[in-house]
Design a binder for this molecule. Structure first.
Ligand code: HEC
Ligand SMILES: [Cu+2]
Length: 326
């Protein structure tokens, strides 16, 4: 099912869904009794030829019942709500703590200052677009905002909290099973509000460190001086005469555009897939050997040069949710 609060996939959402269903069922029962009684009374006691409507004043038992029962119901709902709220607002003993910042119009997720998230420039992993958590772990999110009020909400996982500039707020989330959950900023925050999406990815406990290692490698690639060397090399070679990379002076039209090459499913017209270090290296090393007759020549680069160029090409990714991704 889609992002829908009544399909709870975590304890936080379940608390809210439980109370929703209890109140919904109670409301339906009240509706049936009250409207049923009304219709019944209207039909049975109505004024009609041969029948004079009964005249009476007050009915102690009935009045007592319809005062006591609703009072009891409202009190029970309050107690129930407070009970659930205590669980939902219980920030104690998180398995992991993260900082989440909202800005017009995206979220930035900063991972804990632990070795597994440490980058080569001694900062810690911090990424936009996707929030990755391990399953069955209580994750505390410290929310903040750079500009206006935003609101963090992943319906299936539950909990909804505003991110307010200058006033830190907290929320905890937990996912029952691995998967990708969609969310959305829930506070109108300007023209880009509708596109301020959240992708929450829950990993099985043992997959989480694999993901973390991969994400750290990815982030390090952007910080690696060799990647910069690869970019300069690419721009100094005939590559630019044949390929376009937006944001650089490479504007060639002979070969495919490489602006988001690392986000493509395949390269060389589908011959090489996925787009990873191995396949890019194989291609650039000797294109005609991979695809005889291709218009891209073997440029006779050294392994080091190819390595640096490939490291840079791997950073040419399309941010998720961007409209013009391949
Ligand atoms: C003479 C023009 C030419 C030059 C120079 C050239 N390429 Fe290419 N390149 C092409 C063409 C044409 C293709 C499409 C090949 C095919 O699918 O048959 C291609 C494909 C690619 C691809 C795969 C892209 C995709 O989406 O399929 C990559 C990556 C690539 N080139 C990188 C480079 C790099 C890096 C250099 C410089 C070291 C370079 N190219 C130099 C023409 C060129
Ligand atoms: Cu927002």
């Amino acid at each position: 099912m889609g992002p829908w609060p009544n399909d709870p996939l975590g304890p936080q959402a379940r608390s809210a869904a439980d109370i929703y269903w209890i109140m919904f069922v109670a409301a339906v029962i009240v509706l049936v009794i009250v409207d049923g009684g009304l219709v019944y009374a209207g039909l049975k006691f109505r004024d009609r030829p041969g029948h004079v409507a009964k005249q009476f004043h007050g009915h102690n038992v009935l009045e007592l019942l319809w005062t006591v029962i609703p009072t009891f119901m409202v009190i029970s709902f309050s107690v129930l709500s407070f009970q659930k709220l205590t669980v939902m607002n219980d920030m104690s003993n998180p398995g992991m703590v993260m900082n989440v910042q909202g800005q017009q119009w995206s979220w930035t997720f900063s991972y804990p200052q632990e070795d597994r998230f440490k980058l080569i420039d001694n900062t810690y992993l911090s990424v936009g677009e996707e929030l990755h958590i391990p399953v069955n772990t209580k994750v505390l999110l410290k929310l903040s905002s750079k500009d206006v009020i935003h609101s963090f909400w992943v319906p299936n996982i539950g909990g909804k909290k505003d991110a307010v500039p200058g006033r830190p707020t907290e929320i905890w989330i937990q996912a029952d099973k691995p998967g990708t959950y969609r969310g959305q900023c829930f506070e109108f925050c300007g023209t880009g509000h509708a596109d301020m999406l959240i992708t929450l990815v829950a990993h099985a406990q043992n997959d989480y460190s694999t993901w973390a290692a991969e994400a750290v490698k990815e982030a390090n690639r952007l910080r690696d001086p060799n990647t910069q060397k690869g970019r300069e090399l690419f721009l100094s070679l005939p590559c630019v005469g044949c390929h376009t990379v937006k944001g650089t002076q490479a504007a060639g039209k002979v070969g495919p555009e490489l602006t988001y090459v690392a986000s493509k499913k395949s390269i060389a017209g589908g011959l090489l897939s996925p787009v990873n270090e191995e396949n890019l290296t194989r291609w650039i090393k000797n294109p005609p050997a991979v695809k005889p007759g291709t218009l891209m020549p073997n440029l006779g680069l050294s392994d080091d040069q190819i390595h640096d160029i490939v490291q840079w090409l791997l950073t040419l990714k399309c941010a998720q949710n961007q409209p013009k991704c391949p």
